[in-house]
Design a protein around this ligand. Structure first.
Ligand SMILES: Nc1ncnc2c1ncn2[C@@H]1O[C@H](COP(=O)(O)OP(=O)(O)OP(=O)(O)O)[C@@H](O)[C@H]1O
Length: 355
């Protein structure tokens, strides 16, 4: 069951300097009726513009946005069954929590009884039962964020847009709210479109991640697909820590290809789709490597303590870029200056489609 369908959406801006920016440069995206989709990308890639186009605060130059089959273009923002949660949740400080949550219904003239029931139900959904009588300044940061959420769901939107709603919270609270948001979304059974810069947040919460770059979609996939099978170098480098190896295929042996970097580091890669002489870029994550008796020979230039793990920076003896490796900390963990060998399972190496 499709919910949100965005087709060939374009929107440009003329900058004060007289330039032209394609904030949305042909976006096609379908979000399922009960799906949690995250827009992820660097500053300026068009995430906010896309949210504003969906909520109706920005018009498209061309293309269409449909919700459950209805074209939204003709509907002003307040008539769209869509609501937005912002980072600055801007609660009215002189009103009680309950009145904050019910305010949109009050403005629409919903009668008091129905309003109270809706407010109570919304507060229950975000775990704030019994807090309706408080003022916002009598709540913690996390509770205020929940009030903002309750306010955004009280009118039962079919789609909730979330524009970096957690970025003002400290790390622990943020992680707790990530789980709560995901739970709330499945419980409500509506679509969430979530915007973040934070790749870890995107990996944790999303059913699918949309990686954007300069007004275009670079890749759409589940968190695992995006992390394990990035299509491009941009996606590989944007999501998680990455080691990239530029190599040329020397020979194919059964399911494996033997490739060599310009410096002569030998790499084993999955042979699928590869041929002899081909230039490839392979992605290996820091946790794909293990310290072994043989493999890529190098020297530890830096060992960074991370708690139970160590991040090692290993300079291959053959030359080329340092390799980042995650190793368990412990008595045998190598220190700076140690000579090591790195091995990895060839099937863990992912060859990028597009160079
Ligand atoms: N009103 C405007 N006038 C001119 N340019 C604009 C306007 N709004 C956005 N832009 C430009 O459009 C591009 C996309 O902006 P947008 O705010 O959608 O990016 P974003 O991905 O949300 O960035 P951030 O993560 O920093 O919030 C940027 O280059 C921005 O400078």
């Amino acid at each position: 069951m499709a919910s949100l369908e965005i087709r060939a959406a374009r929107r440009h801006f003329v900058t004060p300097e007289g330039g032209r920016v394609a904030a949305l440069d042909g976006i096609d995206l379908t979000v399922g009726a009960n799906e949690f989709v995250t827009l992820l990308g660097p500053s300026g890639c068009g995430k906010t513009t896309l949210l504003r186009a969906i909520s109706g605060f920005e018009a498209l130059d061309s293309g269409s946005i449909r919700l459950d089959g209805t074209d939204l273009a003709a509907l002003p923002p307040f008539k769209r069954p869509v609501n937005t949660v912002f980072q600055s949740y801007a609660l009215f400080s002189h009103m009680s929590v309950a009145r904050n949550v019910g305010y949109a219904l009050e403005v629409r003239g919903v009668d008091r009884k129905a309003r109270e029931a809706a407010v109570e139900s919304a507060l229950a959904k975000v775990g704030l039962t019994g807090m309706g009588g408080r003022r916002p300044n009598q709540l913690s940061g996390g509770q205020r964020q929940r009030v903002a959420l309750a306010r955004s769901i009280v009118a039962e939107p079919r789609l909730l847009l979330l524009d970096e709603p957690l970025s003002a919270l400290d790390r622990n609270l943020r992680q707790q709210m990530q789980i709560e948001l995901k739970t709330l979304q499945s419980r409500l059974g509506i679509a969430f479109v979530f915007v973040t810069h934070d790749q870890e947040e995107a990996l944790t919460m999303s059913d699918r991640i949309v990686v954007m770059r300069a007004g275009r979609i670079e890749q759409i996939g589940t968190p695992r697909e995006i992390y394990r099978h990035p299509r491009t170098r941009f996606v590989a480098e944007f999501i998680g820590e990455t080691n990239l190896f530029h190599a040329t295929v020397d020979r194919i042996e059964g399911a494996q290809a033997l490739a060599r970097t310009a410096q002569g580091v030998e790499m084993l890669l999955p042979a699928t789709g590869l041929r002899r002489g081909q230039a490839v870029t392979a992605v290996l994550r820091p946790a794909d490597f293990s310290l072994a008796d043989q493999g890529i020979a190098g020297r530890v230039t830096r060992a960074v303590y991370l708690g139970s793990d160590l991040q090692l920076y290993v300079q291959p003896d053959a030359g080329g870029e340092e390799i980042r490796v995650t190793a368990r900390d412990g008595a045998n963990a190598p220190a700076t200056g140690a000579a090591v060998h790195l091995s990895y399972a060839p099937e863990a190496a992912h060859v990028l489609e597009a160079a």
